[in-house]
Ligand binder design. Structure first.
Ligand code: ADP
Ligand code: ZN
Length: 761
């Protein structure tokens, strides 16, 4: 009794118990409007239909407006003297969320400071909520008590014919089908329905169907010693009562995927399902093929699926017929009925973090889901995020190391090219002398080359040498990039486009020698063509890869060696496995290095390591050249030595000293609005409120900023941010809630709190 009161916040006191009422109470949350949960009574007629994990309609407010809500609990309980309203109706005939999933969404709401309803909206795809690809049909049948006395019923001839036809049918029929079969109009059917000799029921049916992938089977490989040991560690966790997450730290090409596959097989053999999460960019046909060639009944979820297909896949997964779900971030919410394992490949990848509400990280959500479902989570990567690595060091996660490539192939030799000195020579352009010679040699030996440059476009910098004017986006104050393909200048943040200026746009200047400098992939492509014109080249960036299927087509041309040189942005840095690639060139390793971001070094280390992993995968060996202006930077140096431990050893103490992730929790508060002083003033007030809060609590919580965000202006909005740090997550949460409660937000200012921020721009 006492416990119940604590749990439900029931305010009735013992001496009021005489008036206490008991009933079947549904607890609901709304996706818009008030954030708290509400209690409603379940009317007798709806018992069994109103269940946790389904949507319902309830009356809200004084006007009893009908609103949609998610039912999150149903319980017979005492509700004191409160006047509860009744649930109006059920919206779903099927349960959308299991109890573990409900618990997980509740955790997400709490952790990411979102409303539970918003989280539920994100977890259940709009396509599912909207029943995409289905329609409602009326289905007629003859009730049993009518069917048994059919011979004794007196009816007009047509009606009798319809009634006996329907009674003889093994399945309910639609009025249309029934009329067709009986060659009659709707009139006799309507007559029978009026006499209640035929009952009707409205059901949703799907009219969609998608074919399964038809892919050639491949036998499984015999695991080597290290893989076998890894699998054993994983299976021990599968059988553990409360499994620990596992960090599978293996260099590129160490055979991690093969280990996943065999672990999944084990889970399927137990009649359970597995979810494999990969970065969106890695959802290539190659990845699909690897899983589809081993398992029956896989579902691949990607971002450009139609609503109809998404809903169809969701239902297949929910029905339990899908064994393996492969997908990006949001596939962590796949409604598998008996989940046995979650695998998150390339665990360090920043695309696992969602940049809209709720701003969740799939890795953290997966860890929670795994905890509630009591299943193992496997985090695989060659370059663990420091968050995961630290947890493994602390023993929170199990650690498996796979430090060698399959077949003991050596990791490629990585050399830096110091671009500071190259500038003094007459050698101009993006490709240094060393890289040029390596490319030449590689091509002569019939090898293939990957060149990475993380800037798309042609010139990244358009400036007037006479007056110094830099051509910027009018909405973002970011330098515009020149794209030669259509002669436009483009803002890479908001996609603002204008034609490239021929003269300086400043009216008082108009100098005709305006300069286009800085190198993007288009310019790099031109340079490669001018130097190695006889070798076929292909460029892959988001400009050339717009059309569906272009990605696959380009990679196919590279795979079959028709194309010798692949130039691209980070979209080519991951996952590709081409044994004939013997040279990788990183054109500018410093692009991410000097960002005002705690992870600048970590990102640089990851990028170099990942792209280096694209070579030396065959018997031919491989070589990596990294062009940089900071060859002595610890992250670059560690990457050239393939030494993750060294990188972590240097980076972690720094993170600890500055109270940063993974030691402390961080929340980034960002505000934006069309007028700069309003945003600045608002953030000042936020900051003061936070300082007051910190002082009152006497707790450890500190702030950096407020300051203009690195991207000060975006799409016409001025942006300010501040970073909160604390070792006490709940204290920091309370601080943000306090700001929400106390600080008045001007009409034209919007602000958000990003928990565990990844994007610091
Ligand atoms: P990772 O996922 O760690 O990058 P993969 O699983 O892709 O590594 O393995 C790298 C290459 O080695 C792949 O071509 C894969 O088919 C092959 N491979 C993996 N395990 C074995 C094995 N036990 N025997 C032979 N080849 C293997
Ligand atoms: Zn812009």
């Amino acid at each position: 009794m006492k416990n119940q009161k604590g749990l439900f916040g029931d305010e009735s006191t013992p001496w009021e118990q005489d008036d206490a009422q008991t009933g079947l109470v549904a607890q609901v949350v709304m996706s818009t409007g008030p954030e708290q949960t509400f209690d409603y009574l379940v009317p007798d007629a709806l018992v069994g239909e109103i269940l946790p994990g389904r949507r319902v309609y309830v009356p809200l407010g004084r006007s009893n407006r009908r609103v949609m809500a998610y039912c999150v609990a149903v319980e017979r309980k005492e509700y004191g003297t409160r006047k509860l309203k009744y649930v109006l109706s059920a919206l779903d005939q099927q349960t959308l969320l299991s109890s573990q999933m409900l618990k997980m969404t509740q955790w997400m709401a709490e952790y990411y400071l979102a409303s539970w309803g918003q989280v539920l909206d994100a977890v259940i795809p709009a396509a599912v909520r909207g029943n995409a690809g289905t329609r409602e049909v009326t289905l007629l049948s003859v009730p049993r008590e009518v069917a048994v006395r059919i011979a004794t019923i007196k009816l007009p001839e047509k009606q009798l014919h319809v009634l006996t036809t329907l009674a003889a049918s093994s399945k309910p029929m639609t009025p249309g089908d029934l009329a067709d079969k009986c060659r009659c109009t709707q009139a006799p059917i309507t007559g029978l329905r009026k006499k209640k000799l035929v009952t009707s029921e409205v059901r949703r049916v799907s009219h969609a169907h998608f074919d399964d992938l038809d892919i050639e089977r491949e036998p499984s490989k015999t695991l080597n010693e290290v893989q076998t040991a890894a699998l054993k560690t994983i299976l021990a966790q599968v059988d553990a009562p409360q499994p620990k997450p596992i960090l599978l730290h293996g260099v590129t090409g160490s055979g991690k995927t093969e280990v996943y596959i065999q672990a999944i097989q084990h889970v399927i053999d137990q009649g359970k399902q597995a979810i494999v999460l990969v970065p969106e960019i890695s959802l290539t046909p190659q990845t699909k093929q690897r899983f589809a060639s081993r398992f029956d009944r896989i579902a691949v979820l990607h971002s450009h699926m139609s609503d109809v297909e998404r809903h169809w896949q969701w239902k297949r997964i929910a029905s339990g017929i899908v064994n393996v779900v492969v997908g990006a971030r949001s596939a962590v919410f796949a409604p598998t009925p008996q989940l046995g394992m979650i695998i998150l490949d390339e665990e360090h990848d920043s695309s696992f973090k969602q940049d809209s509400v709720p701003r969740y990280h799939a890795r953290e959500v997966a860890a929670k889901r795994a905890e509630y479902e009591k299943i193992p989570l496997i985090l695989g990567t060659a370059t663990p995020s420091l968050e995961t690595y630290y947890r493994a060091q602390q023993g929170e996660y199990e650690l498996i190391s796979m430090p060698h490539r399959i077949g003991n192939r050596p990791l490629p030799a990585v050399r830096t090219v110091d671009m500071r000195y190259d500038k003094t020579t007459s050698f101009r352009g993006a490709i240094s002398r060393q890289l040029y010679h390596s490319m030449k040699r590689t091509l002569e030996q019939d090898g293939q080359i990957i060149l990475l440059l993380n800037r798309r476009g042609h010139s990244t910098h358009i400036q007037c040498p006479a007056c110094g004017h830099l051509v910027e986006c009018p909405h973002c104050e970011i330098p515009l990039t020149h794209h030669i393909t259509d002669g436009s200048t483009v803002c890479h943040y908001c996609d603002y486009r204008s034609s490239a200026p021929r003269v300086c746009p400043v009216p008082t200047c108009r100098y005709s020698g305006i300069r286009f400098s800085g190198i993007g992939t288009q310019k790099l492509e031109q340079e490669v063509k001018s130097k190695f014109g006889s070798y076929p080249i292909i460029r892959m960036d988001s400009d050339t890869m717009k059309k569906p299927g272009s990605h696959e087509a380009a990679l196919e041309r590279f795979r079959n060696r028709e194309v010798k040189i692949l130039v691209g942005t980070q979209m080519i840095a991951k996952g590709l496995d081409f044994p004939n690639v013997t040279l990788v060139g990183v054109i500018n390793a410093d692009t991410a290095l000097h960002f005002p971001d705690v992870r600048a070094g970590e990102r640089t280390f990851q990028l170099i390591t990942q792209v280096a992993g694209r070579t030396g995968r065959g018997d031919l060996g491989g070589e990596v050249l990294v062009q940089t202006l900071s060859p002595d930077h610890p992250a670059i140096e560690a990457a050239t030595r393939h030494d993750y431990a060294l990188f972590a050893e240097r980076e972690l103490p720094f993170r600890r000293d500055f109270q940063m992730t993974p030691f402390a929790h961080m929340v980034r508060i960002i505000a934006r609005g069309p007028t700069q002083p309003a945003v600045e003033l608002f953030m000042q007030q936020v900051s003061e409120e936070l300082a007051r809060f910190a002082q009152e609590q006497g707790g450890d919580i500190s702030q950096q900023g407020p300051a203009p965000a690195p991207i000060e202006k975006l799409r016409g909005n001025y942006r300010y941010h501040l970073l909160l740090h604390s070792f006490d997550r709940l204290l920091m949460r309370a601080a943000v809630l306090r700001v929400r409660e106390k600080v008045v937000v001007p009409d034209d200012v919007l602000w958000i709190a990003d928990v565990d921020p990844i994007d610091m721009m």
